[in-house]
Design a protein around this ligand. Structure first.
Ligand code: SF4
Ligand code: F3S
Length: 107
């Protein structure tokens, strides 16, 4: 079992989540973070840190977010680890809460 980053991280990327992860499980792409399900120890510490409420346990995903299970797994393999907080994307506040941003995901 692992936690999964979902749609609302896209175009926000606040990165507060990485500061608390004891497993260094986060990987960074241009406008999204992915959790490596192999490294994630299922602690849940990252969930309350995310201002976009984008992180869920894989068996408690909101409807329609199931595609992010495989996306986290695949993208974590492609992207470098991120372990330190950095400034969010410039328009993070504008995009926080906008639904269905998957077509904007860059890799
Ligand atoms: Fe890291 Fe824990 Fe979040 Fe998994 S659940 S990504 S181990 S903080
Ligand atoms: Fe994304 Fe939330 Fe982390 S917006 S970068 S999952 S703090």
């Amino acid at each position: 079992m692992a936690f999964v980053v979902t749609d609302n991280c896209i175009q926000c990327k606040y990165t507060d989540c990485v500061a608390v992860c004891p497993a260094d499980a986060f990987h960074e792409g241009p406008n999204f973070l992915a959790i490596d399900p192999v490294d994630c120890i299922d602690c849940g510490l990252c969930v309350p840190e995310c201002r976009a409420n984008a992180i869920f346990q894989e068996d408690e995903l909101p409807a329609g977010q199931e595609v992010f299970i495989i996306l986290n797994e695949d993208l974590a393999k492609q992207w470098p680890k991120i372990t330190e907080v950095k400034p969010p994307l410039a328009d993070a506040q504008k995009w926080n809460g906008v639904a269905d941003k998957l077509d904007m995901l860059q890799n």
